[in-house]
Design a protein around this ligand. Structure first.
Ligand code: MG
Length: 261
């Protein structure tokens, strides 16, 4: 099942389940937020073409990032492999949705994309064993863990480098039924033919159940919290005027323009 958050006529955000009717994509509108109210159909349906998709959720409390979780990415940045997951936080105010601009702060000269599989937590949980991680995951979406690489190097903490407004595009929807053990993860830029990132989740150093266990051993996870699983090799610089697309096989593609501050 694919769950989208959307607006029509710039009204209040609503949620819907994406389906097909007569060969067209339609949204079966839900009565409330499925993370808190469950899946309850309102009876209304809309064409997907007639709505604007928003970030599929705004995390109530946190986005947990995982650094250096692909060996080839750790190597391209000149780092040794981590012996346990390397965690950081992105504020929920950094989240934007499909098509929303990534605003390039004047403080960085090296704004970079990071395509990532994002895990959406569906239940309050703490100390989740890896073999029970699936019970607390409601689904998966695509993330761009936008990073000011120069500020990441100059600051001891990554809060600024990872935390500006618009630095966490999420979308285009939440896919609830997906085996994420071996999915292709890519980045492309408009007008540039070659893929800039092209990895697979099978290359994760710490897999999704291990990450859920590790993060939940430190902090309580709440419904709507998001864990970013790390990015493969091929990160690079974006400049205003670029349009960046990150994709995860089986979920979809998330595209955002880059604008000057
Ligand atoms: Mg990342």
């Amino acid at each position: 099942m694919r769950i989208a958050r959307f607006t029509s006529d710039d009204d209040q955000p609503r949620f819907g389940v994406i389906g097909e009717r007569d060969g067209r994509s339609v949204l079966a509108v839900l009565t409330g937020d499925p993370l808190y109210a469950g899946i309850e159909l309102s009876g209304q349906s809309l064409s997907l073409d007639d709505v604007r998709l928003l970030a599929p959720l705004i995390p109530r409390s946190k986005v947990v990032g995982i650094g250096r979780n692909y060996a080839d990415h750790a190597a391209e940045l000149g780092h040794d492999l981590p012996t346990e997951p390397l965690m950081f936080l992105k504020p929920n105010t950094s989240v934007v949705g499909p098509g929303d601009p990534i605003v390039h702060p004047a403080t960085t000269g090296d704004l970079q994309w990071e395509a990532e599989l994002a895990v959406v937590i569906g239940r309050i949980c703490r100390d989740v064993p890896p073999d029970q991680a699936a019970d607390v995951i409601v689904g998966y979406t695509v993330a761009n863990d936008v990073t000011a690489r120069d500020l990441q190097r100059s600051d001891d903490q990554w809060t600024r480098a990872k935390g500006y407004d618009t630095f966490c595009p999420l979308g285009p929807w939440i896919e609830t039924d997906l085996d994420v053990s071996d999915l292709r993860v890519t980045t492309s830029l408009r007008g540039r033919d070659e893929l800039r990132q092209d990895g697979r989740t099978s290359q994760l150093i710490f897999d999704v159940p291990t990450l859920v266990a590790h993060v939940s051993s430190v902090m309580t996870l709440l419904p709507g919290d998001v864990i970013l699983t790390g990015t493969p090799a091929g990160v690079g610089r974006m400049v205003p005027g670029d349009e960046v697309s990150v994709s995860v096989e089986g979920i979809g593609t998330l595209t955002n323009p880059v604008l000057a501050a």
